[in-house]
Write a protein that binds this ligand. Structure first.
Ligand code: SF4
Length: 335
């Protein structure tokens, strides 16, 4: 797939005080892009009234360049100690993306130009832990690989973490654009996890993202570059061919990877909320996602997961298959 190039660019005026803000402005001006200058990256909307469907399309084609103001990081359990936010949202259009739900109309991809300040805040959070190892999740609010070709931010972040004795970076992606990251001095301090699913799921629900084949090729490159590597299988969906497809998925991974380092797997079952259901149905009127609340277990607060019996079946099937294909792998969690 092609790398993201926006239809329109909006720049927060303050972002122009930073070298990356200026560099991006110059790049898009040179490309004859009509740039809109805005006061805040948090309040962006189109000039005219749009339906939810049109608004979603508009937002995903827009790039917003801003300054990250909140430098006190939130917790990011179960994946890491803290969220490290250098970008928000992404150009992908995954139907079940929880970010797309949480962000509502502010689902446009945003990149932050004050990386030096963000990394200073990382240092503060490491110091606060008084010698304990601290982990930071770079993908809690976005897919940073999707916009890396524009910013180079992840590259700098990986190099920064390579020098941290007590800080580790974790990245998750559904994109395959890792070539610029392969020769970096990472010191094994950044762990990549590829978010994968059988091709039927990617084709039907993960629009504007890399194919499974592309993701696996990228994972092989990351493994060769000696980064710690893992996979997130999410969301795990029970559908007509799920058993056969998940077995094939793990077999394909096994065939392609050299399997020189112990892999990790994170497993997240399909879920939705009342708010997500409303937004998914408005943005993807022909969705094949199953969203009938009565077929699911209500966890409270409008959140739905598979009934216990189905969830247990899914968990034990995946654990058995992972153990068969990757006996040394560690399953970090199933939620
Ligand atoms: Fe959301 Fe990740 Fe899909 Fe982007 S790639 S839309 S962040 S789930």
């Amino acid at each position: 797939m092609k790398k993201f190039y926006p239809e329109r660019v909006l720049i927060e005026k303050e972002a122009l005080e930073y070298p990356l803000g200026k560099k991006l402005e110059n790049k898009f001006l040179a490309d004859d892009m009509a740039i809109e200058y805005i006061k805040s990256h948090n309040r962006v909307s189109p000039q005219k009234q749009m339906s939810p469907l049109q608004l979603f399309k508009w937002a995903k084609e827009t790039l917003v360049i801003g300054v990250k103001k909140t430098l006190r990081f939130k917790s990011c359990q179960p994946s890491a100690d803290y969220r490290l936010v250098t970008t928000t949202s992404c150009p992908g259009k995954c139907e079940y993306c929880y970010l797309s739900t949480n962000l509502g109309s502010a689902v446009y991809p945003r990149v932050y130009v004050n990386l030096t300040e963000i990394l200073k805040a990382v240092k503060k959070h490491i110091r606060k832990a008084k010698g304990e190892m601290v982990t930071f999740e770079a993908s809690s609010s976005s897919d940073p690989i999707a916009v890396e070709h524009l910013t180079g931010t992840l590259k700098e972040t990986i190099e920064y973490f390579a020098k941290q004795a007590k800080g580790r970076l974790r990245v998750v992606t559904k994109f395959a654009f890792v070539d610029e990251l392969l020769d970096l001095e990472h010191n094994g301090h950044t762990k990549f996890r590829f978010s994968i699913n059988p091709p039927w799921i990617i084709k039907n629900f993960e629009h504007n993202t890399s194919s499974l084949e592309e993701r696996i090729k990228a994972a092989v490159k990351i493994e060769k570059a000696k980064y710690p590597l893992g996979f997130i299988i999410a969301p795990l969906i029970i559908y007509h061919d799920w058993k056969k497809d998940y077995t094939n998925l793990l077999a394909t991974l096994k065939d392609n990877l050299a399997n020189t380092t112990p892999l990790t797997f994170e497993l997240i079952q399909y879920r939705f909320s009342t708010r997500a259901k409303k937004l998914i149905e408005a943005r993807f009127p022909k969705t094949k996602l199953k969203l009938d609340k009565e077929d699911y277990h209500h966890q409270g607060f409008g959140k739905y997961i598979y009934p216990e019996e189905k969830a247990t079946k899914l968990k034990s099937f995946m654990e058995k298959e992972i153990k068969t294909h990757f006996p040394q792998a560690k399953i970090e969690y199933f939620v």
